[in-house]
Design a protein around this ligand. Structure first.
Ligand SMILES: Cc1cc2nc3c(=O)[nH]c(=O)nc-3n(C[C@H](O)[C@H](O)[C@H](O)COP(=O)(O)OP(=O)(O)OC[C@H]3O[C@@H](n4cnc5c(N)ncnc54)[C@H](O)[C@@H]3O)c2cc1C
Length: 388
């Protein structure tokens, strides 16, 4: 399968690379340091019309996951948080596109595409992160809708989102559990409280908060798909297909760490010569570049498979490999880059420690790398698991 970039993709790469260097890079350190949501970066992405990039032309997109990966890679190279603004918007878009009714699509997708609306996804609870089946939040049928009760943690973007896709265990009027479902919950819903922002090691520019539901009233038509849980499965599969986007962010992060390391070792002098002349440094750099390129190829190939129509189990192994490998590479490359900086790598005066901290996040989010390895092994050994 070919994944050579076409003319459109090369143009996207060129545009985003230029914008990232000129407008995003100068803000990246400040966003990380202050941990304040970057409204200016959101406005920039909105102006560029990038919120619809991976989606079909009818929403103004390219219909190409590879194009989306390229854009995220270029932003991730200079500012993890700005890349995150795209990904956090694409997740609810992809979920509603895959599992929503015509009315739900009409209500939410144009706003998400233009950037006039923002969304978030909330699965994780205190006792259930990797094991989604352990969700305890309930949606109990009541009159014309549901009453939502429970608590969530780590919901990124929830402080500013217009709506949150919330996973809850549905319970019928007789008290029987009928499956896990996703609900489109407006942030202003009575009975929903957004808690205090986490003080995070990385991904600091896009806040993550706990959510508390206390008899929050949700209309029936806010449920995504049939109550049997079919909608949840469809949505989760759609989210699995978009996993290469997370992997692309890791590739960009690794490349950005290399960019900084190259500049540093070419200017730093020790024992009367540039640090870049030491064989120990040169080989370390060569390994960083090799692994990053290998990760990039894996991510591009996986995204190309999605663009060619691959889905389900056919894609699951590749998507898990891309996410796991690219984020492990990003962590390793960022760690080696810090080493190349010496003590300067530990100082907040240099940007490299930001890459190190953000890389750790990618190994954990969107299904930890242990879970990705489980998926890969299950695919190879012929078992199918539903865990993220
Ligand atoms: C910055 C950030 C943003 C996030 N944003 C969101 C968000 O927007 N929405 C949302 O719903 N969640 C979000 N999360 C939560 C994230 O999805 C979970 O943290 C993640 O799925 C892991 O769950 P956990 O933290 O409960 O770890 P656990 O599931 O408790 O895992 C703990 C450790 O055990 C390992 N482990 C667990 N099960 C297995 C297994 N079967 N085999 C081998 N090892 C295993 C894990 O890999 C991990 O190392 C975010 C997290 C972070 C850090």
């Amino acid at each position: 399968m070919s994944y050579e970039l076409n003319e459109d993709q090369l143009q996207i790469q060129d545009l985003v690379r230029r914008v990232a260097r000129e407008k995003v890079a100068p803000r990246a350190d400040e966003i990380d340091r202050t941990a304040e949501y970057p409204h200016d970066m959101y406005a920039l992405l909105k102006e560029l019309g990038l919120f619809t990039l991976p989606f079909p032309a009818e929403y103004g997109g390219t219909g190409s996951l590879l194009s989306a990966c390229i854009a995220v890679e270029e932003f991730g190279r200079v500012c993890y948080n700005t890349g995150y603004l795209l990904v956090v918007q694409w997740i609810p878009f992809g979920a509603i596109l895959a599992g929503g009714t015509a009315a739900q699509k009409e209500r939410w997708l144009p706003g998400l595409a233009s950037g006039d609306l923002r969304g978030a996804l909330s699965l994780t609870e205190a006792q259930s992160g990797s094991d989604v089946s352990g969700i305890k939040t309930t949606a109990r049928r009541s009159g014309d809708g549901y009453l939502l009760n429970g608590a969530k943690i780590w919901c990124t973007n929830s402080h500013i989102a217009d709506f949150i896709l919330v996973a809850a265990r549905t319970v019928d009027e007789a008290g029987n559990h009928t499956g896990i479902n996703l609900f489109i919950v407006e942030r202003t819903t009575k009975g929903l409280t957004i808690g205090r922002e986490e003080d995070k090691l990385g991904a600091r520019g896009v806040p993550s908060c706990p959510l508390f539901f206390d008899d929050a009233v949700i209309p029936l038509d806010a449920r995504l798909g049939p109550e049997s849980g079919e909608g949840f499965k469809i949505t989760m599969e759609a989210l699995n297909s978009s996993r290469p986007i997370v992997a692309a962010r890791a590739v960009g992060l690794a490349q950005g760490a290399i960019d900084h390391a190259v500049e540093f070792i070419q200017n730093r002098v020790a024992f009367g010569q540039n640090v870049s002349e030491f064989q120990g440094m040169r080989w370390m750099l060569a390994d960083m570049v090799m692994k990053t390129e290998a990760a990039r190829q894996l991510v591009y190939r996986t995204a190309s498979m999605v663009d060619a129509g691959a889905s389900g189990k056919e894609l699951a192994k590749m998507a898990a490999m891309a996410k796991c490998y690219a984020s492990d590479v990003a962590m390793q490359v960022a760690t080696d880059a810090v080493q190349m900086f010496g003590a300067a790598g530990i100082s907040s005066e240099y940007p490299i420690n930001r890459y190190f901290r953000d890389a750790k996040v990618v190994q954990i989010i969107e299904g930890t790398n242990q879970i990705q390895r489980n998926i890969i092994a299950d695919c190879v050994l012929g078992r199918a698991k539903s865990k993220r």
